[in-house]
Design a protein around this ligand. Sequence first.
Ligand SMILES: Cc1ncc(COP(=O)(O)O)c(C=O)c1O
Length: 292
Amino acid sequence: MKNVVWANGVLRTENEPVITAFNHGFTVGDGIFETIGVRNGRPFALSRHLARLQYSAERMGMRVIDKAQIHDGVAAVMSEGSGQLTRLRVTVTSGPGPMGTLRGTADPTVVVVGGDPPPPRTCHAVRAPWKRNERSAITGIKTTSYAENVVLATYADSKGADEAILSNTHGHLCEGTSTNIFMEMGGEIVTPPLASGCLPGIVRGLALEWGARAGIPVRVAAPGELAMAVLDEVASGVAFAAVTSAVRGVQMISKLDGAPVLTGPMLKALSELFESNAAVDPDPAPPRGNSG
Ligand SMILES: Cc1ncc(COP(=O)(O)O)c(C=O)c1O
């Protein structure tokens, strides 16, 4: 399956140029994006992804996104992909800009692509030697300024892993380069709060909502409750961990720092619940508030 590309209203060939050399997304990473899983031939949780894209635009001080235009792009890519895509990516940049850092006034660049790289089946995680800055201007925004995550993912890859887990500057457990993290410990499941500096993940939010609704004890930790050191308890088999993302769903960490670790029964139940709910509710309504 080739990749499918739609940019600024038109389907393109895979290698056709879609931005100029002055695009501010290209020069300084002045853009936002969403990665959307395709499940049963439909983009999963599209309304929630577009709500988060709007949130990212507001936090970045970018123009309000044109949801109808993005819906058009998603529909065109899905149709061209003829049932073979496993993920979509929507990227919006502030468009062509000046050579400096301050953005210009051009129309945004909107690109939707679809492809089918297979997601890993389980997560092989390593602890990262760097920290997430929970007080950065772009904390919690899904921005294309992702070089930090590229360095981290490259580090994980160099260790034979596919995800790197970060603490924040206080040494609290935060998230992975492209995932949120859930811990099973003491008879419940807990995930770091947004105050830790993690992204408000779509699957994180749904796992919290759907888990609680089904009676699984799952909650957001209080700020500072989860130290990075809780991962020692995963290594020693006392606790268990899973990561979440649009591409992975709720996925067990099966190796930590190169050593096999056990699967938590409650996390496994949460993962199965997520899969079965996602199959019957492909576009859950966005929540009214945020999920801590
Ligand atoms: C830094 C980061 N955290 C968490 C996630 C998981 O978010 P979602 O569940 O919306 O895919 C992502 C997704 O790419 C991410 O980049």
